[in-house]
Write a protein that binds this ligand. Structure first.
Ligand code: ZN
Length: 642
């Protein structure tokens, strides 16, 4: 909690933040020059000039990165640290407890401390592109709120590489492709905003303006490993412009001066989706937007991260906002921060045309079925997945019994439930859209700003849309143990979740794209296994048929019903056992041992789909209907640079 916010509770802090801004501008800014010319060698460099007074000083680098929900600051990769003043090298010592802190003593008469550092970069980087997250290079005085520390960034990139960022360049010269050897200076900002303003740069760069009639301006900046990929297809750009229009219509406010979608297309630089107030860092594979099937897989990425500019960046749960990147963040309300964003991102993806209403429903069916078949919900509440968020990222054996950061998908079902309930209670005259305008639009249009909220404010704003016992509604679904997923939203929306013996159309399209996380056959809802492409077991559904046969994650299926393992052989065996009594016979390898297992399962293959319930209101269709007139295939795309 920001020290100002502590007094303001969950209320508005507009006046106070203006005061903070004045205080910031009274000081001399830190100067930081980020040199990315060594990016292809996985190195960034920085020269930092800090205004100082003589005596002991403690400098610090970020630990709790906003949006990561964990203490993931890359201090271990910061190397080559050297402090100098008036040409003399100054000794330093790391803090024994807080490893993000550097202590040193400034000699008499010194007013500027120079720091040089290098950063070893192992993610979001390739031979042709790089993403600069400023925490890789930041050093600033400890103990001061980061929004009160003024800083002026400058940037140098490899010759010919273009630059995408929400930072405002102040130096003249070519932009967004700086001249060879040029250092681009940006306007003075503060450490909080600089950390929130990443830069992408790359040899194959395009910047496209979006929805030109909308103010403030929106752009998508794209870098790729292959020259053709960053030149996005006209249909993608049309959907992006639709996304900007739909978000404007849905939220009715904005909290940025400009917005840049930053997108990397690379099989090397890794996947990413990280929100910022005036931009988002999005990373997908090289061909992530090259055709409609890939585009469907990434359908909700950009709409999710864009939504965070309102929900997460502007409106922030009180425990998730800390003034200094050093105090641990508290995740209890992540089912709003992430869960509601998951819901809104999917709704916006459908409204913008990244997916059809039928595809939206198919993906919703997958989400609902997976949550309904997550046995860990028998002991762990959705709220606990949020409170424990910082230790739940990543996969583990018995993942379904442990649970992951399920507040994303649980939130999707929860907010769909709330949306359809509002529609039901108001005869479809009001919806969650009305709530978003209140909750995300407080204060109208603003500069980039963080305004915190608590549980009570959520309840208050929901009641302003339609009176209901919203506190009980939320507590029941979030804090309680709920062995079944919340399917009420689907049912109030006019559909029911059913299982059929073949994958739905969307799942079939997605399954055809290489590089899926679980590459093996989909048999989670039947025998209860997640499999890799070679029959290696990633997870076993707790208390499911494979669990009862004593199978375990890490084992590998070698043979099925007398045949060498293949995805087809396993699916055939599941189908053959349907309605009978003979078990499915497996030969399984565990470490260097081989054994047999028999799965006693006779219900055939099972895949989720939503089925329309005739005679009920079709709110799901209302929810995915665009609020604005969609832009169809444009005649030509606009290119702002080469
Ligand atoms: Zn998110």
């Amino acid at each position: 909690m920001h020290r100002f916010l502590r007094f303001a509770q969950a209320g508005m802090v507009l006046g106070l933040s203006v005061l903070a801004l004045h205080a910031a501008h009274a000081q001399k800014p830190i100067q930081i020059v980020a040199d990315l010319t060594d990016a292809p060698r996985r190195l960034f460099h920085a020269d930092v000039d800090l205004p100082v007074a003589s005596g002991p000083v403690t400098l610090i680098t970020p630990q709790w990165i906003p949006g990561e929900h964990m203490p993931a600051g890359p201090v271990a990769s910061i190397v080559g640290v050297r402090f100098t003043a008036n040409g003399q090298t100054l000794p330093w010592r790391r803090d024994d407890v807080n490893l993000y802190e550097f202590h040193l003593t400034i000699p008499k008469g010194v007013t500027t401390l120079h720091a040089h550092l290098d950063s070893i970069v192992t993610s979001r980087i390739s031979q042709k592109l790089a993403v600069l997250e400023w925490e890789r290079l930041l050093l600033y005085p400890a103990g001061t709120p980061v929004r009160d520390i003024p800083i002026q960034p400058s940037l140098k990139v490899p010759a010919g590489w273009g630059v995408g960022t929400a930072l405002t360049p102040v130096s003249s010269g070519s932009w967004p492709v700086p001249a060879q050897g040029a250092v681009t200076r940006f306007a003075v900002t503060n450490v909080e905003q600089l950390q929130d303003s990443p830069v992408i740069t790359g040899q194959y760069f395009h910047e496209f303006p979006l929805a030109p009639e909308i103010s403030p301006r929106h752009y998508i900046d794209v870098v790729s490993d292959e020259p053709e990929d960053s030149n996005l297809r006209p249909s993608v750009l049309a959907a992006m412009s639709n996304l900007v229009r739909e978000a404007s219509a849905l939220y009715g406010s904005h909290h940025y001066h400009v917005y840049h979608f930053l997108l990397t297309l690379s099989d090397v630089a890794g996947g990413e989706g990280l929100e910022h107030g005036q931009s988002s860092d999005n990373g997908v594979g090289e061909k992530g937007f090259a055709d409609s099937a890939h585009e469907l897989r990434e359908a909700a990425l950009l709409s999710h991260e864009f939504t965070h500019s309102w929900n997460g960046k502007y409106r922030r749960p009180v425990g998730l906002y800390q003034p200094d990147f050093a105090t641990p963040q508290q995740g209890a309300l992540l089912w709003v921060y992430e869960g509601m964003t998951e819901y809104l991102g999917d709704v916006l993806a459908a409204r913008a045309g990244f997916e059809t209403p039928a595809q939206y429903r198919d993906r919703l069916a997958e989400t609902a079925a997976n949550l309904d078949y997550t046995p860990g919900r028998d002991w762990r509440s959705t709220e606990d997945t949020a409170v424990a968020a910082s230790v739940l990222r990543g996969y583990s054996p018995w993942f379904n019994w442990r649970r992951g950061q399920d507040y994303y998908e649980e939130g999707e079902l929860l907010w769909l439930d709330a949306d359809t309930l509002i529609r039901k209670l108001t005869q479809n005259k009001k919806s969650l859209d009305d709530f978003e305008k209140i909750f995300l639009g407080k204060g109208g249009n603003t500069s980039p700003l963080i305004v915190t909220y608590d549980f009570n404010e959520l309840v208050q704003d929901l009641n302003a849309v339609v009176p209901y016992d919203w506190a009980a509604f939320l507590h029941d679904r979030i804090d309680q143990i709920n062995p079944r997923a919340d399917l009420a939203g689907i049912e109030q929306g006019g559909y029911k979740l059913v299982y059929q013996d073949k994958p739905n159309a969307t799942e079939r399209t997605l399954a055809a794209i290489p590089g899926r996380y679980f590459a093996g056959p989909s048999c989670w809802l039947s025998i209860g296994l997640r499999l890799g492409h070679d029959g290696t077991i990633s997870d076993v559904r707790w208390n499911g048929p494979a669990d009862k046969a004593r199978l375990a994650p890490g084992e590998k299926i070698i043979a099925v019903d007398g045949q060498i393992y293949s995805a087809d052989a396993l699916r055939r065996a599941i189908r053959a056992a349907k309605g009978g009594t003979d078990p499915i016979h497996l030969i399984v390898q565990a470490d260097s041992f081989v054994s047999t297992a028999e799965i006693d399962y006779h219900d055939g293959e099972r895949f989720p789909v939503l089925e329309r319930v005739d005679g009920t209101p079709d709110y799901l269709d209302d929810i995915t209907r665009p609020l604005t007139t969609p832009e169809k295939a444009p005649a030509e795309e606009t290119k702002a640079s080469k």
